[in-house]
Design a protein around this ligand. Structure first.
Ligand code: ADP
Ligand code: MG
Length: 413
């Protein structure tokens, strides 16, 4: 089936054509008819399978049909919630592209940036809002974002949004929404507890679509684990980067401090690396992601803020420099590569003290991760780079000293 065979408005088909979308992916094929029928939906499909358009296309189509019969702007009709600023911006970009030939207006409401331009957007009239919870609540409580006409609520990365940190916000929000509404949950991972919470938030029994639940890791990702000592990780990172000089590489670390430290270690060996984490201000984060996206820098060191949802199709390698503490984040992190039809590689560096974390991840995946065996010679070879460099450095220092000595002698003469 092609998108041209659907009953969408020609303006929406034109938007899809511009995006180069010809055929729906599996999750799009399965979700779109249910969403158009107005059903509540819990949709689980692997990373990179096109979940964004699976909800964006039918939502834009439904709202566009209604809007053509309206004389006056009618307020915000759809609210999409996402966990991070970067993801909200990205989703907004997808909505905008699909709706570009229609009069459907979308905007992103995220924290960390001035709220005035967002307020003036809302005042001009917006149909679809993509938001992170904090800024959304600010704008609701100040009376700038009205919720009484919202017909559709989407939680992207739904399991994360319904997890401890956000669930109270979501319940508070739902109390402000009309009783008659459509609720859509999308994610690559979900567990039974969260599933129950999701069902408790919808009116009728939601439709469930779950694709390839057996293996949560997308099939076009080749992922393996390498056992290395904690102190040796940076040499292995250096090696992967040097062996793949043209590749776009995303590196995940456990903490913000480690992100900076690893970036410094790479810079010391002449590998330019950027960092992204929660301690940076929003303009910095946006700039870094832009530079990584457009290829100005090929190596990005990130914390889990970048684990979910981010779609940079040409990321070829993901490295778990540290294993993720939340097992499901393994799936999301490695899922930053192997997007759409592309293939990707992921390597996880596991130190002896991380064995428990690895076990938890494997329990979550319900299978063992392939081990990349390194024999002692290969392992030592990786560390040799460092020894050679130390020697080089030492030789260089000696040379400089020698030069200085000679200069002094000359001056004395
Ligand atoms: P998910 O949310 O499932 O991780 P995304 O919605 O971010 O995946 O989409 C992954 C990639 O697939 C994006 O680069 C997107 O442009 C592309 N894509 C989505 N739908 C289609 C389609 N029907 N045809 C071609 N490419 C698509
Ligand atoms: Mg997504």
């Amino acid at each position: 089936m092609k998108f041209t065979d659907y009953q969408f408005d020609p303006k929406i088909k034109k938007g899809l054509e511009q995006l180069g979308f010809q055929r729906p992916t599996d999750i799009q094929y399965k979700s779109i008819p249910n969403i158009l029928k107005g059903e509540d939906l819990l949709a689980i499909a692997q990373t990179g399978t096109g979940k964004t358009a699976a909800f964006a296309i039918p939502i834009i189509d439904m709202l566009y049909r209604k809007k053509q019969n309206q004389r006056r702007p009618d307020g915000v009709k759809c609210l999409v919630l996402a966990p991070t600023h970067e993801l909200a911006n990205q989703l907004n970009g997808v909505f905008k592209q699909i709706a570009q030939f229609t009069n459907i207006k979308t905007t992103a409401l995220i924290g960390g940036v001035d709220q005035d331009p967002q307020i003036s957007q809302l005042n001009k009239g917006v149909d679809i809002v993509i938001a992170t919870p904090g800024r959304m609540f600010d704008l609701i409580s100040q009376g700038h974002l009205l919720t009484h006409r919202i017909e559709i609520l989407v939680l992207d990365e739904a399991d994360h949004m319904l997890d401890l940190g956000f669930i109270k916000d979501i319940r508070d929000l739902i109390r402000k929404l009309p009783k008659r509404r459509q609720t859509l949950f999308f994610s690559a991972t979900i567990n039974n507890k969260i599933k129950k919470i999701a069902y408790s938030l919808v009116n009728q029994q939601a439709i469930r679509i779950q694709l390839s639940p057996k293996d949560p890791v997308a099939k076009n990702i080749d992922h393996s684990v390498v056992f290395v000592e904690m102190d040796h990780k940076r040499f292995f990172l250096e090696r992967v980067i040097n062996e793949n000089p043209e590749s776009k590489i995303l590196v995940f670390v456990r903490t913000k401090v480690r992100a900076e430290r690893v970036a410094k270690a790479m810079q010391r060996v002449n590998i330019p690396a950027l960092t992204i984490h929660g301690d940076k201000d929003q303009s910095d984060r946006s700039k870094v992601l832009r530079e990584f996206r457009n290829g100005k820098t090929n190596v990005l060191i990130a914390t889990d803020v970048t684990a979910r949802g981010i779609d940079i199709p040409d990321i070829e390698i993901v490295i778990n420099y540290d294993l993720p503490e939340e097992a499901e984040n393994y799936v999301h992190r490695v899922g930053r590569t192997g997007r759409g039809e592309r293939r990707g590689d992921a390597y996880s560096f596991c130190a002896p003290e991380e064995q428990d974390t690895l076990d938890q991840i494997q329990t979550f995946l319900d299978k063992e991760i392939k081990v990349l065996e390194l024999n002692k010679a290969e392992y030592d070879d990786t560390l040799k780079i460092e020894r050679e460099r130390k020697n080089d450095y030492q030789a260089l220092m000696e040379e400089i000293e020698e030069l200085e000595k000679r200069k002094k002698k000359k001056r004395k003469k």
